[in-house]
Design a protein around this ligand. Sequence first.
Ligand code: NCD
Ligand code: ZN
Ligand code: ZN
Length: 421
Amino acid sequence: MLFQAATLADGRVRDVRVDGETIAAVGDLTPTGDERVVDATDKRLLPGMIDAHVHFREPGYAHKETWTSGSKSAAAGGVTTVVDQPNTDPPTVDGEAFDQKAALAAESYVDYGINGGVTGSWDPDSLLARPLFALGEVFLADSTGEMGIEGDLFADALVAASETDTRVTVHAEDATLFDESARDRDDADAWSAYRTAEAEAVAVERACETAREHDTQIHVAHTSTPAGIDTAAEAGMTCEVTPHHLFLSRDDLAELGTHGRMNPPLRSEQRREAVFERVADGTVDMIATDHAPHTRAEKDTDVWSAPSGVPGVETALPLLLAAADRGELTYERVRDLTAATPADVFGLDRKGRIEEGNDADLVLVGTEPRAIRGDALHTNCEWTPFEGMDGVFPSLTLVRGSVVYEDGEFGSRAGENVRSA
Ligand SMILES: NC(=O)N[C@@H](CC(=O)O)C(=O)O
Ligand SMILES: [Zn+2]
Ligand SMILES: [Zn+2]
């Protein structure tokens, strides 16, 4: 396949040839007799997004999402690699649970990594013997799945991970700093008042300290505050920001209601702006969606009973591209946040950049934004907190050279475990 006259993230216009699973050449190329030629004039060709944080819910919660629905949603949103989190049923805390999930994940349209969880009943020996992507998200406070753990266990996990050269990702909130006085309220903003910004900042600081004491590296999941981001960066750790913490704030909760409840929660508009600055200037390492689908029926209850989490895997790259189109950040930054840096941080040597010899994980996007509509997305949960916002969507998504999505249609289930040899 040959993409002709594609605009790359840095603005250069190039032809890009795909041969089998790889990018064969980037330059000024002439079509050969039998190859498919895609006219990419005035379109952008980007490396597929590597989303280091999704919850595809199988095994256990297939009514929320399956590997098929979740990975279709990913492909249609330009995500070519996802990393699944362990709070499924059974939780992915031992070798047997890993194998059960890996068998289901083989249905995926896109490449995937499978994370292993840390709880009081985990079995590090069998778990770490599997082709794990990373340990995590290690829950330092309860979230969906009630997998919150104590500090000692976190330290044990860091030791086990460093002995096996495994990366660790952390959900950093400190439940002892939640504001119990918010419990008297029943509006949607009460969740943000309850799970305070300080609870994140302190937990990030402590997690980074523990990592340094053990001479290890952690990746902080879904940082939602400027303080959390700065602490991680100053400690030499990496962090991710979600699209909802980048594009939504407490000001949106009157409209979103419980559909805006997630952990960590939405923050003030002032904090959101400070987070956006740190994403645009490169302090934040990557965007990861924390795609956490729950059905409408589950969400439509009072603020204290609703499950935490929002979908996001299909809308992340489109939202970022619309923001780039508006001049709020550069296309190169979008490429680094969604592809190049996650590839570097997690050691995916053949992914994240359009370069000869790399995996042909590619996304072709047009220039026209369109309004995001929940009922047009492919997730099982059929709603989005970004309803009505502008997104620039892919027309074509390739995973290692296979067309997985093109103009509303799905191609092959091309997904493979990125950690399996
Ligand atoms: N973020 C959330 O609010 N929910 C996530 C769990 C998590 O990432 O903490 C989920 O699995 O539903
Ligand atoms: Zn989390
Ligand atoms: Zn999560």
